[in-house]
Design a protein around this ligand. Structure first.
Ligand code: FAD
Length: 281
């Protein structure tokens, strides 16, 4: 009997802001390349603040001979600026984009010619045909600004019908929300892979802060266990590794097509998870 094929993984980074951060990310990337990721993605700061950083990190990944995905947010952008950025990405050899609306940093006004990620996806397809594989964001626990759960599902469908090839989810710790989302989009006739975004748990305060902002629910039992460890980071990490390994196992058993790791520019937690899951490379 042949071995079941290995679940593909991808990893996500953010553009470092300092020369030390750039050096550190280089080392982290080398460690994570051992996982043979399908691609490495780099986030794209809203308001244009880190766009050059994104492009620089993407260039380095491509120069390492690894497939890179550039995140691309459109809030505050015009057709002209998006057209110019697409041309730059194409000339760099980028083949995969994660197309997003993005969030405006507080203090910025609205403005811009794009309101939703679906408009960006449609524009990219119109301007560049099939040059890019387009990923979009999915929210199994519902985007925090959605008017209603069904409206959010329709918004996702609009992105797919505009030309998205696949999706990566916001992170979550309730696998049922993911399986329900996958069933719901299948019922709408959408046939795109939805890859779970996995956030390793390494720190209690950081996780609670991010989750408040992104709308990802931390189940009560996880939150209380984390809080009970106080400053005992070793216990937090050990517990986090157990919980997230279990989550990934359930996702794999339930048919998730791949796993996308939010690395936060750290290698240790993602490597430990993949090791436990037998995805160590
Ligand atoms: P959209 O799909 O446009 O949805 C935004 C909101 O508008 C939702 O509430 C939706 O229900 C609603 N909506 C959509 N269309 C309509 C419509 N026609 N009518 C009414 N309501 C509508 N942010 C960054 O700044 N940089 C990044 O690199 C980045 N990477 C990310 C990667 C992933 C995998 C994920 C899950 C998120 C990422 N984000 C990033 C965060 C993302 O930008 C925010 O969650 C943002 O608030 C929504 O972006 P979106 O592309 O999902 O927006």
């Amino acid at each position: 009997m042949s071995e079941p094929s290995r679940l593909p993984v991808s990893v996500e980074f953010f553009p470092p802001k300092t020369p030390e951060g750039v050096e550190k990310l280089r080392a982290v990337r080398q460690q994570l390349y051992g996982l043979k990721p399908e691609f490495c993605s780099v986030t794209f700061g809203a308001g244009g603040s880190t766009q050059e950083g994104t492009f620089n990190a993407v260039r380095e990944i491509l120069a390492d001979g690894v497939s890179a995905a550039s995140h691309f947010s459109c809030i505050g952008a015009t057709r002209e600026t998006v057209r110019a950025q697409l041309a730059t990405l194409k000339s760099m050899g980028v083949k995969r984009l994660v197309a997003l609306r993005g969030d405006l940093p507080s203090g910025y006004g609205a403005g811009g010619e794009f309101h939703y990620a679906s408009e960006l996806v449609a524009f990219i397809r119109q301007e560049t045909g099939d040059d890019f594989h387009i990923e979009v964001a999915a929210y199994p626990e519902i985007h925090p600004q959605a008017k209603s759960p069904s409206g959010d599902l329709q918004a996702f469908a609009t992105k797919v019908r505009a030309g998205a090839n696949s999706a990566i989810t916001q992170y979550f710790y309730n696998p049922d929300a993911y399986f329900r989302f996958v069933d719901d989009i299948a019922a709408l006739g959408l046939n795109v892979p939805v890859v779970p975004g996995i956030m390793p748990i390494t720190s209690s305060s950081q996780l609670l802060r991010f989750s408040d902002a992104s709308g990802a629910e931390i189940p009560r039992w996880i939150r209380l266990r984390l809080q009970s460890y106080g400053d005992d980071t070793a216990s937090i990490k050990a517990f986090g590794l157990d919980v997230v390994t279990g989550l990934c196992e359930q996702l794999r058993a339930g048919g998730a097509p791949a796993l996308h790791f939010y690395t936060m520019n750290q290698s240790v937690a993602t490597l430990a998870l993949c090791e436990r899951l037998g995805l160590g490379g």
